[in-house]
Ligand binder design. Structure first.
Ligand code: TXA
Ligand code: MG
Length: 322
């Protein structure tokens, strides 16, 4: 039976909170992408996320909480994490921090690691759901593993509509940011590391810290823990993709950026605005994939500054060999 979808009014959010407490899955809007949420303290509920997504079991999940005090009850903050939380929470940034021994979180959310990825989302719907559920909510992006992240409720229905454990999709409209959160690691020694570029840019974070973020330390295995980075192909449309194309071949369909000479039916941002491009990215990759009909997608160059770092990261994954 296809999953129920409801507009996120107060009654629907209350019902969703009850479903989470019962161990069911609820998909909900955040300011980054839609999340597939479960009670983060319920091992079986968390396991059903992996089953619904068909996700490799070693990929740990992000735990969402309503505020920094709720986060402090679950993980050990460092001074740098406190500073970044004050600057950017609630919002599109996630911190990987050591689990507290007394943490009631499911072991599966950490996928065997001694750390937890934690985030305070800003979207009012996510905030209300956290209060209605009255517990931390584990939520990866609400798409089948390897697919493009959902930025509209209908994307969730298309990708996970038949998943048995998914009880409800809470429709909160289009996601304002449209890119997953930035993930920051805080190794026991050394500076914070950029584990996944995302909605909050490197420049914004470095401006608050006053020094550059490190690259993850591959030797320590930190990078392997860091992201679906190990899955080279991720966010993958069906059509093959060619990147940094200034002029498409006749057999290709063109995904533009900025003021393009060609007739670009699909353009991430005609005015060359990276924030607009981020918000459009996943929805437009879906639309162009549907329109491609077997043709290759040629993507215009997107500058690497600001949000362009995360946009280029996602495009590279979409284009990776599968
Ligand atoms: O914007 C977002 O972050 C969305 C919304 C729903 O909050 N969530 C999301 O979750 O993108 P997911 O599961 O698709 O991505 C989680 C990322 C992955 O790259 C994962 O490897 C990393 O966070 N991660 C989670 N726990 C970790 C840990 N303990 N250590 C290192 N990386 C971790
Ligand atoms: Mg994801």
């Amino acid at each position: 039976m296809p999953v129920e979808m409801r507009a996120a009014d107060d009654a629907a959010i209350e019902a969703a909170g009850a479903l989470i407490r019962e161990g069911r899955l609820v998909a909900f809007a955040t300011e980054t992408v839609y999340g597939l949420g479960a009670d983060a303290t319920n091992e079986r509920a968390v396991a059903s996320i992996f089953a619904a997504k068909g996700r490799p079991t070693f990929n740990p999940l992000i735990v969402h909480v309503a505020d920094i005090d709720a986060a402090r009850a679950l993980v050990a903050f460092t001074e740098e994490a406190e500073t970044l939380a004050r600057a950017f929470w609630p919002g599109g940034i996630t911190f990987v921090l050591p689990r507290l021994a007394a943490s009631p979180l499911s072991l599966l959310v950490s996928a065997g690691l001694d750390t937890v990825a934690i985030r305070v989302p800003a979207h009012p719907l996510a905030q209300k759901l956290l209060k209605a559920a009255d517990r931390p909510i584990a939520a990866p992006s609400a798409n089948a593993s390897g697919e493009i992240s959902p930025t509209r409720a209908v994307h969730v229905a298309q990708s996970l509509g038949e998943a048995e454990a998914l009880a409800l999709i809470l429709d909160g409209g289009a996601c304002a940011l449209g890119l997953e959160s930035t993930v920051i690691g805080f190794p026991a020694s050394g500076r914070p590391t950029l584990l996944r570029p995302g909605a909050i840019t490197r420049d914004e974070i470095e401006a608050v810290l006053g020094y550059p973020l490190e690259a993850p330390d591959v030797a320590s295995g930190e990078a392997g823990r860091s992201s679906p980075g190990q899955l080279a192909s991720h966010y993958a449309p069906r059509a093959p993709i060619r990147l940094n194309v200034r002029a498409p071949e006749t057999h290709e369909i063109w995904l533009g950026f900025g003021d393009m000479q060609e007739d670009a039916r699909f353009n991430l941002s005609p005015s060359g605005d990276l924030t607009e491009a981020a918000a459009n990215l996943f929805a437009m990759l879906r639309a162009i994939d549907d329109a491609a009909d077997g043709r290759q997608i040629a993507v215009a160059p997107v500058p690497r500054e600001g949000l362009g770092e995360a946009i280029n990261d996602r495009l590279a994954r979409a284009a990776a060999p599968r």
